[in-house]
Design a protein around this ligand. Structure first.
Ligand code: ADP
Ligand code: MG
Length: 222
């Protein structure tokens, strides 16, 4: 028996399940069409927690910039709560300056609903004047109504919903060879559609079993 793996992030769009997987397929087709000389991208993934919003944004970003190795140079990831008016002004001033390492410059804004209202207002101009080769990828939990309508309208909005219980149970069985089938079913049924939580619960279930096995062995060795 092995410990549960700790790297649980999706490596490609095809690792995703449920609605996120379908959206991933649409995004892959879109990626083929995008041209950094003429196009810019503003997309907002919203929906409940743990369904693949950040994963979609991250995979889209990595594919745009040509792989994870360019991450540090062409991709910036920031949480909405940390975006203030000064930062948006800086982005605005630097908008003509691309990356040396990639045709695309990508900003991922996590939990964009937590952005202060002033920064949201300033972002309107920035979004309107985005240069070709720029991608703004935002994520938000269900509080999409907190975003001003005029802000939201500047993004292509993807509503990401939860996979079915059966999809999550099958996913857990595929990802964790050591999980008991019934355990996967129970975890999937109790996770409320949150794949992220289901992964952690599955890891816990396996690691606890591992812990107990060691404890029994050590007990027996005494
Ligand atoms: N649809 C999905 N398919 C496969 N894994 C998923 C899916 N949704 C979430 N996960 C996994 O759950 C964890 C949290 O996902 P994340 O994309 O951060 O969720 P959120 O929707 O809250 O942004 C990650 O490990 C991710 O790989
Ligand atoms: Mg997220």
């Amino acid at each position: 028996m092995k410990n549960a793996p700790s790297n649980t992030r999706a490596a490609t769009f095809s690792d995703l399940i449920g609605p996120a997987k379908i959206i991933g397929k649409v995004l892959l087709a879109k990626l083929e069409r995008l041209n950094p000389q003429t196009d810019s991208v503003a997309m907002l993934f919203h929906g409940p927690p743990g369904v693949g919003k950040s994963e979609l944004a991250s995979l889209f970003a990595d594919t745009l910039i040509g792989g994870k190795s360019c991450r540090n140079y062409a991709r910036e990831k920031i949480s909405g709560a940390k975006i203030n008016a000064d930062l948006v002004r800086r982005w605005h001033d630097a908008r003509g300056i691309g990356s040396l390492f990639s045709d695309w410059t990508v900003k991922i804004i996590e939990e964009v609903d937590a952005m202060p209202a002033v920064a949201q207002t300033l972002m309107l101009d920035y979004l309107d004047e985005c240069q070709p080769g720029t991608a703004i990828l935002a994520t938000s939990n269900e509080q999409i109504k907190l975003l001003e309508e005029r802000f939201r309208r500047r993004f292509q909005v993807w509503h990401v919903t939860a996979p079915t219980t059966e999809e999550i149970a099958n996913f857990l069985r595929g990802k964790f060879p050591d999980i008991y089938p019934a355990e996967a079913t129970t975890i999937a049924a109790l996770c409320g559609g949150c794949v992220g939580a289901a992964i952690h619960d599955a890891e816990n279930a396996i690691d606890i079993r591992f812990y107990e096995a060691i404890q029994r062995n050590e007990g027996g060795a005494k």
